[in-house]
Ligand binder design. Structure first.
Ligand code: E4P
Length: 217
């Protein structure tokens, strides 16, 4: 399972990279705005800064909602850095753009996916990643994890190569449950990854080992 961090905060990305288990980064326009990154040139520079920190894939989202605009933006984004994956929304022109990029060998992440039908379309169009937003489904009393299970089932039926990128992961149990369900990737905050570390018996055990060592030295 690949671990992506879902942020545009460079310090958080550096910290996740230093942990040694980071496989990539996802961003979106809201995450960019949260870091105060505005204006096309600053946003493009920020993508390059992120690519310089991590070794894996970095999703950069198009803002256009029409086919021609998405193609123009996507081609500009992939020219920035070899790690860039073009993030395309699940709308009609987005599906056309996914197919166009796929035919050109340009990697894509289909975002804002909330149903198995949308995930099926993304796979048919040749998306590299599909991003079902599990936290946002949970927010409206719908089981986000069930969507991961359904997409896994459908993709396995036909051996689709599109990777399931569980997005809108909010906490550590989401990470564990997505792993159990066979999501290929998860993207969430650093805290959702660091939470995997925690167990009181580890802390108690380590404290005892260190105390016993001190007794003998
Ligand atoms: C996915 O790529 C999105 O950036 C993200 O996971 C959205 O998460 P949120 O629902 O916590 O905003």
């Amino acid at each position: 399972m690949k671990f992506f961090i879902d942020t545009a905060n460079l310090d958080q990305i550096r910290e996740a990279q230093a942990l040694g288990v980071l496989d990539g980064v996802t961003t979106n326009p809201s995450l960019m705005a949260k870091e105060g990154i505005t204006g096309r040139n600053n946003i493009l520079k920020h993508y390059v800064d992120i690519c310089d920190i991590v070794e894996g894939d970095v999703s950069a989202e198009v803002i256009s909602t029409d086919f021609e605009g998405m193609i123009k933006e996507g081609e500009e984004l992939v020219d920035l850095h070899e790690q860039i994956v073009v993030k395309v929304p699940m709308i009609k022109d987005g599906v056309k753009a996914l197919k166009y990029f796929s035919d050109k060998g340009i990697r894509t992440n289909c975002t804002l996916v909330f149903s198995v039908g949308q995930a099926l379309l993304a796979a048919k169009a040749g998306a590299t990643y599909v991003s079902p937003f599990i936290g946002r489904l949970d927010d409206i009393s719908t089981d986000g994890l069930n969507l991961i299970a359904e997409i896994r089932h459908v993709y396995d039926n036909y051996a689709f190569e599109t990777q399931i990128l569980a997005a809108s992961v909010r906490h550590t149990m989401h990470v564990i449950d997505c792993a159990k369900l066979g999501a290929d990737v998860m993207t969430g905050p650093l805290s959702s990854i660091e939470g995997l570390l925690k167990h009181p018996l580890t802390d108690i055990g380590l404290a005892k080992f260190l105390a016993d060592y001190k007794k003998g030295n």
